[in-house]
Design a protein around this ligand. Structure first.
Ligand code: SF4
Length: 726
């Protein structure tokens, strides 16, 4: 099956259930964190604890081993999965146990402990409801917190009715849960060995936190006399007091619960007696309290990740799943496409690259579009898109070396160690745009011929169903150079950055921006400056993106030094200046550019707030409009500025509620992802075709959004600045 077929099949079979459940989690998250006054402080605190713990990891691990030994338990640090499984098998064999009950643990999935024990003839029973459903169905998890998120209630009822043949067919969620509870209860009570994970481990006491929704982990520990806990080495924090911000954040961030139903703090081996539930006569105090505890800490690549300046941040992850839930692509396909051998969602690339290697990460890394909607959702502030970009860059370089002629300076990029042809094609959009404008309209006609579309599909994977950008013969820079300023006595001075899309394709929005700024008393210049590097950055071509960033900084610095503000029309380029350039430029250059850069509607908002009059702007023709903000603009918190300006100018604005339009730069152009892109976009289409919105003209800030909306709706969208132009 091709990648596109795979994705299509998953969208058909699992997409609806994944979308419904993840969006439910997101709604819960938005509500729950909004009610938490110190949400940002808790995130900062959680991040600081993780930074410190990973920095001091060897020391904390040593302390943890001492604490557990003092408590009467045993710690085994396993180098890899085989090492861990060998130890666990030995413990189970020593107990002569023929059944092991297990609570949910991603790390135990990672080492495939079930398969290892089953090969010894041990019956392994998952006690988490979702995990058990998958065990019965013989399927892999599709989500790190809700493993059976891709299954509907109806499909679970069909499964149970077929496999267990109950007296009365099961139907409702309550009936299914009750049935599972009874079945699992029977299995737990007469098991001798229980395996759990651990969300957090305190080095100074050996205490662990288990955060669950069903209480099955607690039951697994209470009912068995041998507890094996499997956890990655990164789970250790200095003390129990450090659990606090994580316990506050993990449920809110993942499933949108203010706190998970069960938060168990255990310091094993626990001292309560092991109860024989079939014996009602013996007093509790007379049962045997002699318990065994084995903490199996897994390295499996983590200590190498700790030494890797980019992958290290992955170890801060508390596996809450917010990055999966907030991801528009994940919502359509779930973890069976957007995941590797164990981990799924946004951060999965980091985990899989560190644990399994680049080949596994390469299978799904391209599904991250870098929209950045996960970054504000992450409770430990991990720069997930950056990890995905770094891994993409490594995957590019890990491929076959390019032919010699490609590296002899004949390509307009800096990818001397190579990158796949498709990535080079999209990553060098600036070159294409320059050629396209210089030869327009011939270039537009030629690119649209059937032969050209067929060739583009076959060679670089551009989907023929997608309309191509139409290059303008006169660029925005050329148009500006041929006119006179209308401002004689300016209140402010700005350099309007001619991003590659505004300069070559969406020239009208550039012209509108100049007219609006001049009408508000701003002296504007539009110099010729390199493209931002967003295109190569999105393809994982970091060296090329860095070269662009340096040339942009060089081109804009004289204007900034001369006291001009930097105004940017394209939100994804503005996000480069304010976020991604931090990784590409030296600190001083980045900070100066970020500090002086404004998204164009944010800038207009500032001008109006500081006394400029909206009277000089264009007249309102159709007051009721629909507005779709850009994902990166929303991450930077700038959506509200556009809405405020439009409202001040007399518009009644309905805003979209989707995370992303689905286009995401080149993503929607790629043959493998065209249908996924349209599926994501469908949520926006539905909203903008609702009864009370369907007649409203549509405005959108990003180039990709404009292209996607154009494909989704009958209405031709415009940039909001075009509504304001006098
Ligand atoms: S990267 Fe952040 S958002 Fe994603 S699972 Fe980890 S902690 Fe949660």
């Amino acid at each position: 099956m091709s990648k596109a077929d795979d994705i299509r099949e998953l969208m058909r079979t699992e997409g609806a259930a994944v979308a419904e459940n993840t969006r439910g989690f997101n709604e819960g998250r938005y509500r729950s964190v909004a009610e938490l006054e110190d949400y940002e402080d808790l995130k900062t605190e959680a991040r600081a604890i993780k930074e410190d713990a990973i920095e001091r990891l060897p020391e904390l691990l040593e302390q943890l081993q001492e604490s557990v030994a003092e408590n009467g338990g045993t710690v085994y640090v396993a180098d890899d999965a085989a090492d861990a499984n060998a130890y666990i098998r030995e413990v189970v064999a020593d107990r002569d146990a023929d059944r092991v009950v297990k609570s949910k643990s991603m790390t135990s999935e990672e080492i495939e402990v079930n398969e290892a024990l089953e090969s010894d003839g041990v019956d392994v029973v998952e006690t988490d409801l979702g995990e058990w459903v998958l065990q019965v169905a013989d399927e892999a998890p599709s989500h790190i917190v809700a493993p059976a998120i891709h299954k509907s209630r109806e499909s679970i009822a069909d499964l149970f009715n077929e496999v267990f043949d109950p007296d009365e067919p099961l139907e409702t969620a309550e009936e299914l849960t009750h049935f599972a509870r009874e079945k699992l209860g029977e299995q737990i009570v007469d098991s001798e060995v229980g395996i759990t994970g651990a969300n957090f481990l305190a080095a100074d006491s050996g205490t662990m936190a288990l955060v669950t929704s069903e209480g099955n982990a607690r039951k697994t520990v209470a009912a068995t006399d041998t507890q094996i806990t499997v956890a990655g080495v990164e789970k250790v924090v200095p003390s129990v007091a450090d659990f606090h911000p994580f316990v506050e954040l993990i449920g809110r961030s993942g499933t949108g619960q203010d706190i998970t139903s069960y938060v168990s703090l255990l310091t094993p081996p626990v001292e309560t007696p092991v109860v024989d539930f079939s014996d009602d006569d013996t007093p509790l105090s007379e049962f045997d309290a002699d318990r065994d505890f084995h903490l199996v800490l897994i390295d499996n690549g983590r200590m190498d990740m700790r030494e890797d300046e980019h992958l290290e941040e992955t170890l801060y992850c508390i596996r809450c799943s917010a990055c999966a839930n907030s991801c528009a692509n994940f919502q359509s396909v779930g973890g069976h496409a957007f995941g590797g051998e164990t981990y799924s969602g946004g951060i999965a690339t980091g985990w899989e690259a560190g644990i399994e290697g680049l080949d596994t990460a390469a299978e799904f890394n391209d599904l991250c579009t870098g929209c950045s909607r996960c970054t504000t959702a992450c409770p430990v502030k991990i720069d997930i898109p950056w990890i995905n970009t770094v891994v993409r860059d490594r995957i590019n370089r890990d491929g076959d070396a390019p032919a010699a002629w490609l590296v002899d300076g004949l390509t307009p990029d800096d990818e001397d160690e190579g990158a796949p042809l498709q990535k080079r094609f999209f990553g060098n959009f600036e070159t294409m745009a320059k050629l396209g404008s210089a030869t327009a309209p011939l270039s537009n006609w030629l690119a649209d011929t059937q032969t050209a579309r067929w060739l583009m599909d076959r060679t670089v994977g551009v989907d023929p169903r997608r309309d191509l950008p139409q290059f303008q013969r006169e660029t925005f820079v050329e148009w500006f150079a041929a006119r006179e300023s209308t401002v004689s006595n300016p209140d402010r001075r700005a350099v309007l950055y001619p991003d590659v899309y505004t300069n070559h394709v969406q020239v009208d929005r550039g012209k509108a921006a100049v007219k609006v700024l001049e009408a508000l008393g701003v002296d504007v210049v539009v110099p010729s400056v390199a493209s931002s590097g967003r295109a190569p950055f999105s393809q994982g071509m970091i060296a090329t993106a860095q070269d662009h960033a340096e040339r942009v900084a060089e081109g804009l610095s004289p204007h900034v030094e001369a006291g001009r503000d930097v105004v940017v029309v394209e939100p994804s380029d503005h996000a480069m200046f304010c976020s991604e350039y931090e990784k590409l430029l030296d600190t001083a250059t980045f900070e100066t550019l970020a500090e002086h850069s404004y998204e164009v509607m944010e800038y207009v908002y500032g001008l109006l707030e500081h006394g400029a009059s909206a009277d000089s702007l264009g007249r309102v023709e159709t007051p009721e409009i629909a507005y779709h903000s850009h994902c990166q603009q929303r991450t930077l918190g700038l959506e509200a500025h556009t809405v405020a300006v439009l409202e001040e100018c007399g518009y009644d604005v309905t805003t979209s509620e989707v995370e992303c339009c689905g286009m995401a730069g080149s993503f929607g152009y790629k043959s493998d992802y065209y249908e996924l892109s349209m599926d994501v976009g469908d949520r926006l289409r539905e909203q903008f075709e609702a009864q009370d919105v369907r007649d409203r003209p549509v405005v959108a800030s990003g180039t990709s959004c404009l292209e996607q909306i154009d494909a989704l709706l009958e209405r031709q969208p415009r940039h909001p600045i075009e509504l304001l132009a006098p």
